[in-house]
Design a protein around this ligand. Structure first.
Ligand code: SAH
Length: 254
């Protein structure tokens, strides 16, 4: 029997966000691999072996799953959100490129999920309605000065910017510095959206402006969207504001 590795996106939160394709793949797998808290979200069935791991061992987790699949098993690797966005699909590809020839013969499938950026955007309105980009603020895998250059380029290019991995105990100052950097290019009143734990019971959304953004609470479960000069906020009585970026660039920016 030839082995199979399916890399499955779980979406941002509870099972409502799982695609039917992902659900089917999880049910069919003989063994599941992934970061412990993500695996906890998957209802495992009898006879299915769960292999949780810590969040800093992506390489060895991918190797373990590939070796298991190469033994002929049907293995699923889970990721929060979409597996291709700052997540396991690239780690698996990296190990296949570096690893034994047999891993290239595996049936590898990558199943998309709703990434945090899209889930947060949908809650707030349509902030990604025009050109946008995504930047991980973690400087664990790239130097901080590269992040700053990308922030400059993204803001100068007029992109709406989504921040993944905005802050952690080990990276306490980077987020404030990123907002300060963006203020070189963007007006103080540029809309900024904080979406925390979207799709889960403790979900929260806050809409603020760039000059106040550094004082708004954030953690590793938060995704932040910084508007472009085009992004607008529609205030509504008794309802949350709608934040959107119009489909058409205004003549001053075009
Ligand atoms: N593969 C994931 C992203 C992994 S990076 C995806 O596609 O969503 C981890 C970062 O994603 C977190 O630091 C946070 O910025 C964001 N994130 C993940 N789940 C989230 C959620 N439910 N609500 C808000 N942000 C989330």
């Amino acid at each position: 029997m030839s082995g199979r590795l399916t890399v499955v996106g779980l979406g941002p939160g509870d099972a409502r966000f799982l695609t039917p394709e992902a659900r089917e793949a999880l049910e069919q797998a003989e063994a599941l691999y992934g970061y412990g808290p993500y695996l906890d979200r998957v209802p495992s069935r009898e006879g299915q072996k769960c292999n949780p791991s810590g969040n800093r061992v992506e390489g060895t987790r991918a190797q373990d799953a590939l070796a298991h699949a190469a033994s002929g098993a049907h293995v699923a690797m889970v990721s929060g959100g979409d597996p291709g966005v700052f997540a396991m699909a690239a780690a698996v590809c990296g190990e296949i490129e570096e690893g034994p020839e047999a891993w290239r013969a595996l049936d590898v499938r990558i199943l998309p999920g709703i990434t945090a950026m899209l889930a947060v955007a949908a809650r707030a309105g349509a902030p990604l309605g025009h050109d946008f980009c995504a930047i991980s603020l973690s400087d664990n895998l790239k130097p901080w000065d590269l992040i700053e250059r990308r922030l400059d380029a993204a803001a100068a290019g007029g992109f709406v910017i989504a921040f993944y991995n905005p802050i952690s105990k080990a990276r306490p100052w980077q987020l404030g510095q990123a907002f300060a950097r963006l203020q070189r290019h963007l007006a103080a009143e540029t809309p900024v959206i904080f979406g925390r734990a979207v799709g889960r019971d403790d979900e929260s959304i806050a809409v603020t402006t760039l000059d106040k953004a550094a004082g708004t609470p954030a953690d590793m479960a938060t995704l932040i969207i910084v508007g472009s000069p085009e992004t607008r906020v529609i205030a509504r009585d008794g309802r949350a504001p709608l934040v959107y970026t119009p489909r058409m660039a205004s003549p001053v920016n075009a």
